[in-house]
Design a protein around this ligand. Structure first.
Ligand SMILES: CC(=O)SCCNC(=O)CCNC(=O)[C@H](O)C(C)(C)COP(=O)(O)OP(=O)(O)OC[C@H]1O[C@@H](n2cnc3c(N)ncnc32)[C@H](O)[C@@H]1OP(=O)(O)O
Ligand SMILES: N[C@@H](CS)C(=O)N[C@H]1[C@@H](O[C@@H]2[C@H](O)[C@H](O)[C@@H](O)[C@H](O)[C@H]2O)O[C@H](CO)[C@@H](O)[C@@H]1O
Length: 297
């Protein structure tokens, strides 16, 4: 076994091998081991990112057994190729993450798959965060009821970026990731093949200021009839509790279900987000899976 820590940018040939390893694991496990953020950061330079590589033999020999991504904030993901499991690669990569991430380390276990709890406990980590994956099979929807003075339009790339980032930051001020998105994070996503401005709804007040938003997503790499996603819903704190979040969620669901014809809609929501979870439960979403993050106990 050979371990390597590579600062960003990851060589493109290595990024391709990591992408294939993640695809193989997803096919075997039924769960994507690497999030959208990590996959976006495999390419290009992202200061502070580290890529940890575990080779069965010598580096570069093409037998990459495992990979871990570590961000400057301590967030991390780890995956071992199916054919290399139960051989100590996960333990070695997690030890390396602890060496580099220290007490800030927050490593995801998407789907909380068998072995993740045992591996974490062995190295003194415990669950610090739960992220629920909910699903709603397409079914009749009530019409949105908009608060007085609110009108709805769709996002215009290059014109709404700054204003949207500001409302996103205030709506998600306490969120571990969402609230700190930058123009670069937004641009990364606007440039994705799945991005569709027709599915990005903005609620604006009488002054024209953005009061809330619902950004929907339909993946382009998940077969011919993928589920749509409530990618992110946010309401400015000054408009929360007025019915706007429900109306925006319904507007996006109508777009996904009626206009785009998706068979179901999924979303991610933090376990601590009681308001959002109540909203989605009320709209018929149920728990389909659970992601957890482990941190040093
Ligand atoms: C998939 C995702 O995007 S998950 C992330 C969701 N976004 C966030 O958490 C960002 C910060 N929070 C917000 O922006 C808002 O609080 C939202 C989007 C969660 C809710 O938006 P709001 O406009 O406040 O919700 P709205 O007023 O439409 O209420 C709809 C329902 O949500 C639930 N709800 C809203 N606020 C609360 C709360 N503070 N406590 C409990 N339930 C709540 C209730 O069921 C409510 O229905 P009711 O008023 O008939 O009881
Ligand atoms: N509802 C959103 C904004 S608050 C949310 O909770 N997002 C999570 C979620 O993001 C998903 C993840 O990146 C998937 O890989 C991608 O395919 C989905 O489209 C994203 O919604 O999980 C992330 C951790 O994996 C988390 O960082 C986001 O905040």
């Amino acid at each position: 076994m050979t371990l390597e820590a590579v600062p960003s940018p990851l060589p493109s040939a290595t990024a391709a091998i990591v992408t294939e390893l993640a695809r193989s694991a997803a096919e075997s496990d039924g769960v994507h081991p690497l999030s959208e953020h990590t996959l976006l950061h495999l390419d290009g330079e992202h200061p502070g990112d580290a890529h940890l590589l575990a080779y069965a033999g010598e580096p570069g020999a093409g037998d990459l057994a495992g990979y871990a991504a570590l961000g400057p904030d301590g967030s991390a993901e780890l995956v071992v190729a199916p054919q290399y499991r139960r051989q100590g690669f996960g333990t070695s990569l997690l030890r390396m993450l602890l060496d580099h991430g220290g007490s800030k380390l927050r490593v995801w276990a998407h789907g909380r798959l068998p072995g993740s709890d045992e591996l974490a406990a062995r190295l003194g980590l415990s669950v610090t965060r739960e992220l629920y994956f909910l699903r709603r099979t397409s079914a009749p929807l009530p019409a949105p009821v908009w608060p007085d003075g609110i009108t709805v339009r769709t996002f215009v790339p290059g014109e709404d970026d700054t204003a949207w980032l500001a409302v996103n930051a205030t709506a998600f001020a306490t969120h571990p990731e969402q609230g700190s998105w930058t123009q670069a994070d937004l641009a990364d996503r606007l440039n994705q093949p799945w991005f569709d401005p027709a599915g990005f709804f903005l609620a604006v007040d009488q002054s024209g200021a953005i009061a809330g938003f619902h950004w929907t997503k339909i993946p382009t790499d998940e077969g011919d009839n993928p589920a749509g996603e409530v990618y992110v819903v946010g309401v400015s704190p000054t408009h929360q509790g007025t019915g706007l979040g429900k109306a925006l969620t319904l507007a996006g669901l109508q777009h996904l279900q009626e206009t785009r014809g998706v068979p179901s809609v999924v979303l991610y929501v933090d376990g601590t987000n009681t308001a959002a979870r109540a909203l989605y439960t009320k709209l018929g979403f149920t728990t389909a899976a659970l992601d957890v993050q482990f941190a040093p106990s």
